[in-house]
Design a protein around this ligand. Structure first.
Ligand SMILES: Nc1ncnc2c1ncn2[C@@H]1O[C@H](COP(=O)(O)OP(=O)(O)OP(=O)(O)O)[C@@H](O)[C@H]1O
Ligand SMILES: Nc1ncnc2c1ncn2[C@@H]1O[C@H](COP(=O)(O)OP(=O)(O)OP(=O)(O)O)[C@@H](O)[C@H]1O
Ligand SMILES: [Mg+2]
Ligand SMILES: [Mg+2]
Lengths: 260, 260
């Protein structure tokens, strides 16, 4: 049974995609069989791994909206998943079609469990499944929270990023109570830490006080190489193995998985 | 009739709220009567202007979901709008309740025009109305695009921020064709420009090529004072008038409004 993680925070631009892509790559490069699921209509995880979204016939949208009559969602899975340039790393891609999924699913039965149903076989085939989510707590993110057992919460070391945490925790409790009792918070990752500012220190202190024992030791520094890598279609840990950002993501991978 | 702007980009963390709050403050400090509408359930614009969200009885949610039977939405407006510490600047605040609006409105008649209806009187009362939107192209953002005549598009000088532009333009064309024919793009604002990196230069060049003549000359630099200001509940142009970020927002204000 795969270890399953969703990377979630409704605040925008906090490093969800960057965390999902780089942690997935570290796991794949360590020999784990990894599936990255892109559950964000922006499709940044898809393009951040070098996949041309325009060339795709199908994507996660088709898995979520399969009516289960002509074909079960999990039967579609093999047609939707695509390989990447990294051994052991495959992706369920997202295209702009995904933006239409919440409207299509609004009256569907068990609409929050569509992704879990679609990944039915994947749970047996992979060692690790990581889901990148959109900056929202809507139906797509509910699907992601219902499909996994652990949550990774990236928090940018800035003031606005603190504000949404209570809202996020409320939704997590809701999902635990009504949709996925085994869901738990795997941990909080501090991102874009700029050691030159007091702001980052203040936010780090506040986050560690709010989440005692659940904030990873590893802090991801602000590092432009992390922002450059997507334009080359590879994760930073491939683009520039030795930069501060990549080294931090390797430390995070070890802290999250090897200590687990 | 007020000049009306929506600050829109579905990519998260690109500086929408920071732009809305600081441009609104510049306008108010220049003597214009300004209304800032927070159409994002995160409510960052509300707290970024020092308003305690927990102490609010009503917010934009109540305007959008008023059934028009017991009370017209625009009649509710005076009860919902709150003053700020800045003269001439008032806010229609957002609380977490707003997250429920799209579900409530899904079957409402003319659901995309609820905000326009609610602001009916405000159009006559203010010189400028600025709407801060969520990182999404859903119903709340459709409401914002239907309620204004101009769009400001902040673009972070990073690769992922480029990817969503064609999706955004498609939605804008859809709104122009079906909901708001007078909608036009007021301009694109480059944000978080870090002159030390090639990435920013590359992205700037690409954006200026994609949007000839529609990108403001003023570029907002990455400046930690912009990120510090929200924790004091005031815009950066009040928190630290002379920092590079504030000076850039004053230049932007002049370029957007005084040249118009
Ligand atoms: N540690 C870092 N240092 C510098 N830049 C970073 C870092 N992490 C992410 N970035 C860049 O910051 C931007 C936001 O990161 P990212 O897109 O991963 O956030 P996100 O939470 O997935 O955003 P969204 O909410 O839109 O999905 C991107 O341009 C990314 O390349
Ligand atoms: N020019 C800048 N320099 C440095 N920090 C900035 C700048 N502009 C915004 N910030 C900070 O970056 C973060 C993201 O900005 P902001 O919240 O305004 O973006 P947004 O697009 O409104 O995000 P969301 O998509 O979540 O609504 C915030 O912590 C903000 O304080
Ligand atoms: Mg993302
Ligand atoms: Mg915002």
């Amino acid at each position: 049974m795969a270890a399953t993680y969703a990377v979630v925070n409704q605040k925008g631009g906090v490093g969800k995609t960057t965390t999902a892509v780089n942690v997935a790559a570290c796991a794949a490069m360590s020999g784990q069989k990894v599936l990255l699921v892109d559950a964000d209509p922006q499709g940044n995880a898809t393009s951040g791994l070098g996949i041309d979204r325009g060339a795709l016939d199908q994507c996660i949208y088709d898995l979520l909206t399969a009516d289960g009559v002509s074909m079960e969602p999990f039967e579609l899975f093999p047609e939707v998943v695509v390989p990447t340039s990294i051994d052991n790393l495959a992706v369920v891609p997202a295209t702009i079609n995904l933006a239409g999924a919440s409207v299509v699913l609004v009256n569907a039965i068990a609409r929050e469990t569509k992704l879990r149903q679609a990944l039915q076989e994947a749970y047996e085939r992979y060692d690790l499944i990581i889901i990148d989510t959109a900056p929202s707590l809507g139906l797509l993110t509910m699907n992601s929270l219902t499909a996994v057992q652990e949550i990774l919460i990236p928090i940018q070391c800035e003031y606005y990023a603190l504000e949404g945490l209570s809202q996020l925790l409320e939704v997590i409790h809701l999902v635990q109570a009504q949709l996925n009792p085994s869901l738990r918070i795997g941990g909080v990752v501090l991102t874009m830490y700029d050691a030159r500012t007091n702001l980052a220190e203040d936010v780090e202190e506040e986050v560690r006080n709010n989440f005692p024992g659940r904030v990873f030791e590893t802090v991801i520094p602000r590092n432009v190489r992390l922002a450059e890598a997507p334009s080359y279609g590879v994760p930073a840990v491939v683009y520039d193995k030795l930069c501060a950002g990549s080294r931090a993501y390797w430390r995070l991978y070890q802290e999250v998985f090897e200590d687990a």
